[in-house]
Design a protein around this ligand. Structure first.
Ligand SMILES: [Zn+2]
Length: 338
């Protein structure tokens, strides 16, 4: 007895062949159409636009029991060689490192949550360029929650975010700066500045700091001062007459907020004798840079630098006449401090 399936197959050999031919024809037509459509679509469809946006500008890590957040206040391109003490050397160093000019200058602001208070270090540029408030909010905090703001110095890219049109941007924050910084920028007669640029800086400093002075929310300190549990000021005069660094310590970990002790990490870490036109006293600024960096490398402080490429956090080790910069290792999740 023959199996029905076999019977059927054998019984219609010609029809089956014809059927296969039909199928083949349809496959050929189908594939041709598909090809035509796909070739056509490659030519006609618009490419996906480039997104050209960046991730939110904050970076967070635990340091001992304290939470440290770095905020980007944005970046701006500048020909930094032109404003440094040895432009030819800076240009040749950039060339050796395959770095392009203009240089992308970072503006970073830092926030420490001590477990009791929220303490911010500087406020960035403010105005249309300032990105601090946007990034503060994206990081989960509001300006009204900030308890204190420690000012490293009163240049516009550090106090510019304090006030907007005479209104305090951080309504509950007490602003701290050294007495000598306040004397130089807030209390000197504008016509007494030996450099006309400084009178302009002073006007901007006053517009930003005075609303806090008038509200009784401005305090000064003299010399090294313990401002909060785990946070102290250190006089680091040079870049400005009352420039201050701040040292944060929790358990055996520490962060040194260095303000404008450095502007161009790529050349001033290996060559700390290079100075910048913004230094009020370049020789003092140079000496202070070396002293502060030696201390940081010996004690193992994490450096927090407002103008070091965001987030501007890393360690230093001495290397010959200069210093080697090692950025903190990126953590995708905020982990407990080791
Ligand atoms: Zn600065």
């Amino acid at each position: 007895m023959t199996h029905p399936a076999q019977t059927k197959t054998i019984a219609h050999p010609i029809n089956t062949a014809a059927h296969s031919m039909d199928q083949l024809l349809w496959w050929v037509i189908g594939i041709s159409l598909l090809l035509a459509v796909s070739v056509g679509s490659t030519v006609q469809a618009q490419p996906v636009p480039m997104a050209k946006t960046q991730a939110a500008g904050f970076y967070r890590m635990m340091v001992g029991n304290f939470e440290l957040t770095a905020f980007s206040d944005g970046t701006s391109p500048k020909d930094i060689a032109a404003i440094m003490s040895d432009p030819a050397k800076v240009r040749s160093e950039f060339k050796k490192m395959n770095l392009a000019m203009p240089y992308q200058s970072s503006y970073n602001v830092y926030l420490v949550h001590t477990g009791k208070e929220l303490v911010m270090i500087d406020t960035g540029r403010g105005g249309d360029n300032g990105q601090l408030l946007k990034n503060l909010s994206k990081s989960g905090y509001a300006p009204s929650q900030i308890d204190a703001i420690l000012i490293t110095h009163m240049h516009g890219d550090h106090v510019g975010g304090l006030s907007l049109a005479g209104k305090r941007q951080f309504p509950n924050a007490v602003v701290y700066a050294s007495q000598s910084e306040a004397d130089f920028w807030l209390h000197t007669k504008l016509e007494d500045y030996e450099n006309p640029h400084w009178a302009g800086n002073a006007k901007r400093a006053r517009a930003n700091v005075n609303p806090y002075v008038q509200a009784g929310m401005f305090k000064t300190f003299d010399g090294p001062t313990q401002l909060f549990d785990g946070i102290q000021s250190l006089p680091t005069h040079g870049h400005t007459p009352g420039h201050s660094a701040y040292l944060m310590t929790s358990q055996d970990r520490s962060v040194l907020f260095i303000g404008d002790t450095i502007h161009c990490a790529e050349v001033q870490f290996p060559h700390p004798s290079l100075t910048i036109a913004y230094d009020v006293k370049p020789d003092h600024a140079k000496a202070m840079r070396v002293t502060l960096f030696k201390t940081a490398s010996e004690k193992g402080h994490i450096i927090a630098g407002p103008h070091i490429s965001f987030p501007g956090l890393g360690h230093l080790s001495q290397q010959g006449e200069g210093f080697r910069w090692v950025p903190v290792q990126y953590q995708y999740q905020v982990q407990a401090s080791e």
